[in-house]
Design a protein around this ligand. Structure first.
Ligand SMILES: Cc1cc2nc3c(=O)[nH]c(=O)nc-3n(C[C@H](O)[C@H](O)[C@H](O)COP(=O)(O)OP(=O)(O)OC[C@H]3O[C@@H](n4cnc5c(N)ncnc54)[C@H](O)[C@@H]3O)c2cc1C
Length: 381
């Protein structure tokens, strides 16, 4: 089905992202699996190519285009390469900047946004803790006032870009008595005494993304590094999670769609009983169903992208896009593995890696159960 949300400017950015994948990412695909991260020079090259910072105003080094569709086309192209790059770049370039652009002081913007746009400074956002991620209001990391600043104690886990991050947006409890209203955001910088990145976590999939624990042991954070008002952290996160969720949905659909296209080619070439496996009615019908599911999911996600670009996307629609797209992605990729037979279980095949990579999309950015909770609440239940 023809898509109608992108014009030639978006397609030009898509072409440039696709060229970046072919030139810079693809030759290093295996290396990134081995080192479990994206090398710094790749981040810088992406910045140089203008793939970061669409949300960052021009005076701070970004494109300042204020049109989420540009973020979305880049995310689609990264997902077609692999899900990990889409996730790492997405956190850095789509999820983190709006926090600083919307909530930051002039000094904070001047200090950090140019480096984020250029890829010289890698950013992460740390909400989840070992004791739980779904119930964000219950987070335990504390920030206590000390003189002109704050002292942070606690830990975070599963943080994307956490190992390499130069700057981390950290949610901490500043008032134990006020529940969700007692949470404040801080910008914690690499090298601050007492701040340590743990090991790169050993994941089932997405080996190329660095996912780490973070530890805060009496980290002194100046008040200039407080992001937004004291007690405003929870609301700030709730307001910006829809962007993270629509971004996840874009990535989920593009990722599964790319592998499905490759699987259709495979089904035309691979023969059994003297005919292409795609010619068996079972497989033909299956592929017809999968293509339909992807296109229907894509149409809903496209509408969410348009709504978000117009600043009209509701938290509930973002939740629907996130859970549904991840469900479809996982279903499609599971069938794609099956259609590849034994090769589908071999790590050297993209389909096998994509299948493992996809599993997390039902868990992160708010688990699918939490998405259904949000949708159910909206139904008045
Ligand atoms: C690879 C990876 C990268 C990540 N990146 C980041 C990141 O960059 N920053 C960050 O802050 N976090 C990140 N996360 C954390 C992620 O957002 C959390 O894992 C997720 O929110 C779930 O939290 P949890 O793991 O603590 O599970 P829990 O909250 O302990 O939930 C466990 C199970 O209980 C279910 N559950 C919980 N509450 C309810 C309920 N009310 N109703 C029904 N079921 C419920 C959940 O759906 C889940 O199935 C990442 C996670 C992974 C795996």
């Amino acid at each position: 089905m023809p898509r109608h949300i992108y014009d030639e400017d978006h397609e030009a950015v898509r072409a440039s992202a696709r060229a970046f994948v072919a030139r810079t990412l693809a030759p290093r695909a295996q290396e990134m699996i081995e080192i479990k991260s994206i090398p710094r020079e790749v981040w810088k090259e992406a910045g140089k190519q203008g793939l970061f910072g669409f949300d960052i105003p021009e005076q701070f080094g970004g494109a300042g285009v204020d049109d989420y569709r540009f973020n979305a086309v880049v995310s689609e192209e990264m997902s077609r390469f692999n899900a990990a790059t889409s996730s790492c770049f997405g956190i850095h370039s789509d999820v983190c900047p709006p926090y600083i652009v919307d909530l930051g002081t002039e000094e904070q913007k001047q200090r950090w946004l140019p480096g984020m746009a250029s890829g010289d400074l890698i950013c992460a956002i740390a909400m989840t803790e070992p004791s739980g991620g779904s119930d964000l209001a219950a987070l335990k990391t504390t920030a206590v006032r000390a003189g002109e600043g704050w002292v942070l104690n606690g830990s975070k886990t599963f943080i994307t870009n956490g190992y390499q991050a130069d700057l981390v947006i950290v949610a901490a409890r500043t008032d134990p008595a006020r529940g969700a209203k007692g949470i404040t955001l801080f910008l914690v910088e690499r090298g601050m005494p007492g701040f340590a990145n743990g090991r790169k976590l050993d994941k089932v999939g997405m080996p190329e993304s660095d996912t780490a624990e973070l530890f805060f042991d009496n980290v002194r954070v100046p008040d200039e590094n407080r992001l937004g008002p004291e007690g405003g952290g929870f609301v700030a996160m709730m307001q910006r999670l829809p962007q993270e969720r629509v971004g996840a949905a874009v990535s989920n659909v593009a990722h599964a769609k790319a592998i499905l296209e490759e699987t259709i080619d495979y089904a035309k070439e691979r023969k059994a009983f003297g005919q292409p496996i795609g010619a068996f009615q079972h497989n033909k019908f299956l592929l017809a169903e999968l293509v339909t599911k992807i296109e229907v999911a894509e149409a809903f996600v496209d509408d969410c992208v348009l709504a978000h670009a117009a600043r009209k996307l509701s938290a509930v629609d973002a939740a629907k896009a996130k859970w549904w797209s991840s469900q479809v992605q996982n279903e499609v990729l599971d069938h794609c593995v099956q259609l590849h037979g034994g090769y589908g279980f071999m790590n050297e095949y993209r389909v096998a890696r994509a299948w493992r990579d996809a599993r997390v999309t039902k868990i992160w950015a708010g688990s699918n159960e939490i998405m259904k909770e949000l949708i159910g609440r909206d139904l008045g239940l």
